[in-house]
Unconditional design. Structure first.
Length: 402
């Protein structure tokens, strides 16, 4: 047992095509190294799925094991577990080391070898657990540990042209899922059956358009009736009834990049009370999109939409913020909280940012127009305005179906 290795390099096979060119990853790493230099750090350890994927291209599946990326001024090395064999190296930009589980904490031994002892180390303060921090202290004995998650988040918020191209493609796939869902809606159908139609259509489209990508995590939340009251309510086996309010939510994932389409629909017919709420939310959606432009402040946009709804006595039906950033994120990982349309976010929109507009109004059960109403489009901020890259129509004219 004593001669078993702590780690090794398992460069098995050929490198796989990554979502972006090597130059894209080198540019991202240069930005990260600029953060290290500004903070006076010798190295950083990134441990979140989104940051490891953003800077290396490798989207790990933890399953209870630690993964990471160590970046110094000279090198960047992805650290993967032996269970993944050569996959981390094939799917990352640059070097990768595999740690073994012959002894506990071999991951931290590799981190220490790469980052050094007695150094100033940057970490993701919003991701590193108390247990992991204890391991870091024990194995690296750093002179200082500095959180840099805010800085890396701000770097991710500003998309490169290559990222915008991928996000644009994802939005088109989300539309495909939306049309497949619309075609599957009928009285008596189960939520799960409609959701699967949308998911299958998107996965097929992704495979056709991106033959070298990883296929995982594409999903649909299709909700009906009472199930529409929350944005993230799970799919059930409830059967659709005539007059039901529906919430269509498609989420294609392309190599770690998430996009979304969300729409309100009704089965067969919509009553007057529901139509009035729906049309008011569509109006708020259109007003909100008109506010998204370079120089706009997230909190100001939020306050203006709040005032729009308050004038119509609907503000108390709002359930969450009006939009958020896109990029390396999903329902499992990532969130660029510095770019959300909320009262407490003062970020100014800049060219290259990508943000959704997604107002939602929820009317409690038992009241006229009961249900959750939500429209969601993705906009790319440009030099002079914003481009809406979502194509599926919203509103009653197109979305009373089945």
């Amino acid at each position: 047992m004593s001669d078993r290795p702590t780690s090794y390099r398992f460069h098995n096979g050929e490198k796989a095509p990554l979502p972006f060119a090597p130059e894209e990853y080198e540019t991202r790493l240069a930005g990260l190294r600029a953060i290290l230099a500004e903070r006076g750090l010798d190295a950083c350890l990134l441990t979140s799925m989104h940051n490891v994927a953003y800077y290396s291209g490798f989207l790990y599946c933890s399953f209870g094991r630690p993964y990471g990326l160590v970046v110094t001024p000279e090198r960047a090395v992805t650290i993967g577990a032996g269970i993944d064999a050569g996959q981390p190296w094939r799917r990352c930009h640059g070097d990768a080391i595999t740690y073994t589980d012959w002894a506990r904490d071999n991951f931290w031994r590799v981190v220490a070898d790469l980052a050094g002892h007695g150094r100033r180390i940057g970490v993701e303060g919003d991701h590193l657990t108390l247990e992991a921090r204890g391991k870091l202290d024990a194995f690296l004995a750093p002179v200082e540990v500095v959180p840099i998650h805010a800085e890396t988040m701000h770097q991710r918020m500003r998309k490169s042209p290559a990222e915008i191209t991928l996000i644009r493609a994802g939005a088109a796939v989300a539309d495909i899922g939306g049309y497949a869902i619309r075609d599957a809606i009928r009285e008596g159908a189960r939520e799960i059956d409609v959701a699967m139609a949308g998911r299958d259509a998107m996965e097929t489209a992704i495979a056709e358009r991106f033959p070298d990508a990883e296929y995982r995590d594409t999903w649909v939340w299709f909700q009906s009736g009472l199930n529409t009251d929350g944005a993230h309510n799970p799919v059930t086996a409830r059967r659709l009834r005539r007059g039901d309010i529906l919430s269509l939510n498609t989420f294609p994932m392309i190599s770690g990049y998430y996009t979304a389409l969300e729409r309100t629909l009704f089965v067969g017919e919509v009553d007057d009370a529901s139509r009035a709420i729906w049309e008011a939310n569509v109006a708020a959606h259109e007003f909100g999109m008109s506010l998204l432009k370079p120089g706009a402040r997230c909190s100001d946009v939020t306050r203006q939409i709040n005032a729009f709804l308050a004038e119509r006595d609907l503000l108390d039906l709002r359930t969450f913020g009006y939009g958020h950033s896109f990029g390396v994120l999903s329902h499992y990982y990532g969130r660029e909280a510095g770019l959300e349309l909320r009262e407490d976010v003062d970020t100014v929109l800049e060219p290259g940012m990508v943000v959704s507009m997604e107002p939602m109004l929820t009317v409690p059960e038992g009241q006229p127009g009961a249900g959750g109403y939500r429209e969601h489009d993705i906009l790319v901020i440009g030099e002079d305005g914003a481009e809406n890259i979502t194509g599926y129509p919203y509103g009653p004219a197109f979305n009373v179906v089945g």
